[in-house]
Design a protein around this ligand. Structure first.
Ligand code: TRP
Length: 339
């Protein structure tokens, strides 16, 4: 009983990732690892979602989508999210997302959606498939968040514009139909070292980069990850420090810092008088130490499909319970007759 009361007072977090293929070390440091930390702090109640409905805004091969979804669930757990304690679920398992998505579509202006930079980017990238779902994606994302009355939404910078729209939609609905939604805040983590490309360190590390050596995947075989670090671009100098023209070294320092918790200053001191070779070996070792246990847990989980199923089923049940409360309120307020 006491626990229930406590849960009601806790602020609520919701976030999601699209199952659109392998995650990079950058995704881990920028998102997943923070989620795990937030869950451990135990001051929030959190809902984590695999955004499969969002994924089909670009063409997906069904078998690959199915695999990516399961993979992502196993990765969430392997990274340390606790699906027994709090819901981890597939978006498509909670019908209220599309239900609220529609209501919000009818309260979102074409002009607002046309201004979304992600829409503009993706239309450029997928010029042969600029579908209506890609256009209305932000109101579905708003539904994801508002359904759970989330207080905080941990997202990367690229999602801030969608979150602003979510806030506008929440306020608009509340003003038109009376107080219904909590207006969520974005939660951009304090320490979120941005991990850059290993080949072009002025650009973000991204798995859509055609050069495989530019990114490390969470599930890269260890020897492959080590090779990518050894091949990372540096500069013609020899000092491990930050500065003009040292973006490559600085990025490796950020990675090392993210893996070990050491500050940039501490790292500079640690490698004074040592060469890039030694430094890269240390970076490779720190990455290995992070990836290895995750990969081992992932491999174990993938052998245990029943367990994965139990997690997503329970997640869907909890998520549906919360989401249904919001959608029935919304349906009532817009004037639909109760079934
Ligand atoms: N749009 C997000 C992305 O592409 C994923 C996402 C979908 C999301 N629904 C969400 C993130 C709700 C936070 C909250 O990265």
């Amino acid at each position: 009983m006491e626990n229930n009361n406590k849960a009601e007072q806790k602020k609520r977090i919701l976030s999601g990732i699209q199952p659109s293929g392998a995650l990079t070390l950058g995704n881990y440091v920028g998102a997943l690892r923070n989620w795990v930390q937030l869950q451990k702090e135990d001051i929030y109640e959190s809902y984590y979602m695999i955004a499969d409905l969002h994924a089909i805004t670009v063409r997906q091969e069904p078998a690959a989508l199915r695999k990516n979804c399961m993979d992502l669930l196993a990765i969430f757990l392997a990274c340390g999210l606790d699906g027994e304690k709090e819901p981890i679920f597939f978006q498509s398992h909670v019908p209220a997302h599309t239900q609220l998505g529609w209501v919000l579509d009818c309260n979102t202006y074409m002009g607002e959606l046309s201004r979304m930079t992600q829409f503009k980017d993706k239309s450029r990238k997928h010029a042969d498939n600029i579908n209506a779902g890609l256009f209305t994606y932000p109101s579905l994302m708003a539904a994801d968040i508002l359904l759970y009355q989330a207080d905080l939404v941990p997202v990367g910078k690229d999602q801030k514009q969608h979150l602003e729209l979510t806030r506008d939609l929440a306020n608009r609905f509340n003003n038109a139909y009376s107080e219904t939604f909590k207006v969520p805040e974005p939660y951009i983590p304090k320490v979120g070292a941005k991990i850059m490309s290993l080949q072009e360190p002025t650009q973000k590390m991204s798995k859509s980069d055609p050069n495989e050596n530019s990114y490390i995947l969470l599930l890269d075989p260890i020897d492959k990850a080590v090779k990518k670090i050894k091949r990372a671009v540096t500069d013609s100098g020899s000092e491990v420090c930050m500065g003009e023209g040292k973006e490559g070294i600085e990025n490796l320092m950020s990675i090392y810092s993210a893996m070990t918790g050491k500050t940039m200053d501490e790292i500079t001191v640690e490698f004074q008088g040592k060469g890039y070779g030694d430094f890269k070996s240390a970076v490779a070792e720190s990455v290995t130490e992070t990836l290895k246990p995750i990969q081992e847990r992932y491999a174990d989980l993938m052998k245990n499909k029943d367990y994965l199923e139990s997690i997503y089923k329970r997640g869907a049940e909890q998520a549906n319970y919360t989401a249904r409360k919001t959608i029935s309120k919304v349906y009532r307020k817009v004037g639909f007759i109760q079934p």
